[in-house]
Ligand binder design. Structure first.
Ligand code: 4NP
Length: 155
């Protein structure tokens, strides 16, 4: 059975599509396509249909990731259709908890930062939207670290 993982942030144009792209690239490189299925979504639907933010696409591309996901809003059926729902920050985590239709669904929600080992000074994957280049780079650093450990722990 494939593990179905949904990455969630606010807009689904920066952090969660980057997490999806990074983890998919790791899965492809390691031949793990039969073990994982990934998607991402946002709690705010205002960017639905959009490609990831141009700045995130540029920073990700410089590390070899091609981000092609189209933004969509989280839906209630996601709680049935995914095994693990990964929140980027505490606000995303609380919003998802509030949306979860059952206790089983609530228990699927985890925090991305809990999989990150190398950056103890961070307690979330911070929203880079109003930040400069450095904000995007740190998001990618955190996600590369977290995705690597998440694959290891879910495999
Ligand atoms: P994300 O970043 O949650 O990492 O996709 C954001 C994108 C858009 C907005 C906020 C955060 N926004 O308010 O439009």
């Amino acid at each position: 059975m494939k593990k179905r993982i949904l990455f969630v942030c606010l807009g689904n144009i920066c952090r969660s599509p980057a997490a999806q792209g990074i983890m998919q690239s790791m899965i492809d490189k390691n031949g793990l396509q039969d073990q994982f299925e990934l998607d991402s979504a946002g709690l705010y639907g205002g960017h639905a249909g959009d490609l990831p933010d141009h700045r995130m696409r540029v920073h990700a591309y410089q590390r070899g990731y091609n981000l092609t996901h189209r933004s969509r809003q989280v839906r209630i059926s996601d709680f049935d259709n995914f095994d693990v729902i990964v929140a980027m920050d505490d606000s995303n985590f609380s919003s998802l908890k509030a949306m979860a239709p059952t206790l089983d669904a609530e228990n699927k929600i985890v925090r991305m930062i809990d999989y990150v080992r190398g950056f103890p000074q961070y307690d979330s994957v911070p929203d880079p939207y109003y930040e400069g280049a450095e904000g995007f780079e740190i998001v990618l650093d955190l996600l590369e670290d977290g995705c690597r450990n998440m694959i290891e722990s879910l495999q």
